[in-house]
Write a protein that binds this ligand. Structure first.
Ligand SMILES: Cc1cc2nc3c(=O)[nH]c(=O)nc-3n(C[C@H](O)[C@H](O)[C@H](O)COP(=O)(O)OP(=O)(O)OC[C@H]3O[C@@H](n4cnc5c(N)ncnc54)[C@H](O)[C@@H]3O)c2cc1C
Length: 460
């Protein structure tokens, strides 16, 4: 289980490493003369969790805030989808799990009376054409012992050790520490679902810190009843619909004495300050006047995002039986989980969750092809399930025209160089989004980054 001490120790290191890199977050009041009480105007670009949390925090401080969102819906990469309107079965095409350690999102759910339901699973396995139930497979005792030691060692690592660790990828680190054979393959299959790409691309520091600091089920703990997008709805109600403009894509930002934001549909908005709460690909698609500093442009060009495909399969029967069913496989559909846990119905949804090239491959095919792929994997162990399949919903984040990826993936030596450069304010603009957060890649991180930007803007 996670402890607060562990978490704060990691946060502390991250802050210090930013300082070491000579690019600490510039404090907001260095930029402006804004005072609370005076009618300050702030524009927030992005109606995802980061932007909405920023706008809500500002509204609470009586700041005049406008949210501009390019899609026709709020929530961004939180994308709840009703796959069966008659039975009201809702699945997540974006973010799924709220972690037990994610205190801010849990507080907000509490504040808005949103119920958090248990969304933990016990993992089955298909490996080399053999199916094992959750209790019938495990890592070898040798590797379990070694891994335990590594997690323990992390707690006493110095900052220098951590910087050193960041020079290596997770696959290499595991190999160097005696992980091999089936253990290594299982780690690749499991851990790559967390990071969204092969563990050969992920910084060893990010991975070890994640596993050492996460909850027992690796933050795959809870989900908001009726869909995670309920939180976006509640935040929007507090911000006020009249202050939110969906279907408005920002194309140009001018920063002089104030900020002028131009949208594709010809509308313009003016404000004293700007919070830019959008992914890096979207930042780069905006024409900035004046242009971004070189350091920021370089960082924007460096950061990669993970490719994730979610293929939701609606069946007229829950043939997997256990409500807490999930399964890792070494086949194309990669990882399955029961996406309608806690939603009473005879029908149910399995999501095939794929990463990297598998994700791209599946996304490029049609529903018929995907049906046959699922059949090929499941048939030997669950029988022919094709007759039970009613419909599919598929979403591939790798070609999402706004983010071109699911979430940021920090590679070797990027966390304490690329991230601080992206965090730095630029003239009247402050930045927010999951890619900048300590809980990077999570809804929690997005929310906290938005609230942090709001504080920066009002100089608190
Ligand atoms: C497949 C997948 C699985 C995930 N699983 C989990 C999970 O289990 N648990 C978890 O906590 N997190 C998970 N996440 C991550 C989580 O979804 C993100 O961390 C979080 O939602 C990001 O929020 P954000 O506000 O930073 O960005 P976004 O949600 O991307 O919001 C940015 C918003 O800005 C808008 N925008 C962009 N450009 C412009 C423009 N030019 N003009 C106007 N608006 C613009 C976008 O449309 C978008 O709505 C997952 C994400 C994906 C994709």
């Amino acid at each position: 289980m996670n402890t607060i001490t562990q978490l704060s120790s990691r946060r502390e290191f991250l802050r210090q490493s930013a300082l070491l890199a000579g690019s600490a977050i510039v404090s907001a009041n260095a930029f402006g003369n804004i005072q609370i009480g005076k009618k300050t105007k702030v524009i927030v670009i992005g109606g995802g969790f980061a932007g909405l949390a920023a706008a809500y925090a500002l509204r609470k401080k009586n700041v005049d805030v406008t949210v501009i969102e390019s899609r026709n819906r709020l929530g961004g990469r939180v994308f709840s989808h009703v796959i069966d309107p008659v039975q009201n079965l809702t699945v997540e095409l974006g973010a799924e799990w709220v972690g037990n350690s994610h205190t801010r999102i849990r507080e907000l759910c509490d504040e808005f009376k949103l119920e958090l339901l248990n969304n933990q699973f016990d993992t089955h396995l298909i490996y080399k054409n053999q199916y094992s139930k959750t209790t019938d497979w495990d890592f070898s005792d040798d590797w379990k012992g070694k891994f335990k030691v590594l997690l323990k060692q992390y707690q006493t690592m110095t900052d220098q050790d951590k910087l050193h660790l960041d020079q290596m990828d997770w696959w290499r680190y595991l190999v160097n520490n005696g992980c091999e054979g089936k253990d290594l393959i299982l780690r690749e299959l499991l851990d790559s679902t967390d990071f969204g790409e092969s563990i050969r691309h992920v910084s060893a520091f990010i991975a070890l810190a994640t596993f050492a600091e996460s909850s027992e089920k690796n933050e795959m703990d809870l989900k908001i009843k009726n869909g995670n997008a309920q939180l976006a709805k509640k935040l929007a109600e507090q911000i006020g619909q009249e202050n939110i403009f969906t279907g408005h894509k920002v194309t140009k930002i001018e920063q002089k004495e104030n900020v002028i934001v131009h949208c594709e549909n010809g509308k313009t908005f003016e404000a004293d300050k700007l919070i830019c709460a959008i992914p890096t690909f979207a930042i780069k698609n905006i024409q900035w006047e004046p242009g971004m500093p070189d350091e920021k442009t370089r960082a924007l060009n460096e950061l990669q995002y993970a490719r994730i495909n979610k293929n939701a399969l609606l069946f007229n029967k829950r043939f997997w039986e256990a409500e807490n069913f999930d399964m890792i496989t070494d086949q194309v559909p990669h990882y399955f989980y029961h996406a309608t846990k806690n939603q009473p119905s005879a029908k149910g949804v399995l999501i095939s969750y794929t990463i990297g090239e598998k994700a791209e491959l599946i996304a490029n095919q049609n529903d018929e092809w995907r049906k046959e792929m699922i059949h090929q994997t499941l048939n030997p162990f669950f029988g022919d399930v094709r007759g039970m399949l009613q419909s599919q919903a598929n979403y591939y984040w790798g070609t999402d025209n706004i983010s071109q990826g699911a979430y940021a993936m920090y590679g070797i030596n990027q966390w304490h160089t690329t991230r601080p450069a992206l965090q730095k304010p630029f003239l009247h603009t402050h930045f927010a989004g999951e890619h900048l957060a300590d809980w990077q890649g999570f809804m929690e991180g997005a929310l906290v980054s938005g609230e942090t930007a709001a504080l920066e803007v009002i100089g608190a």
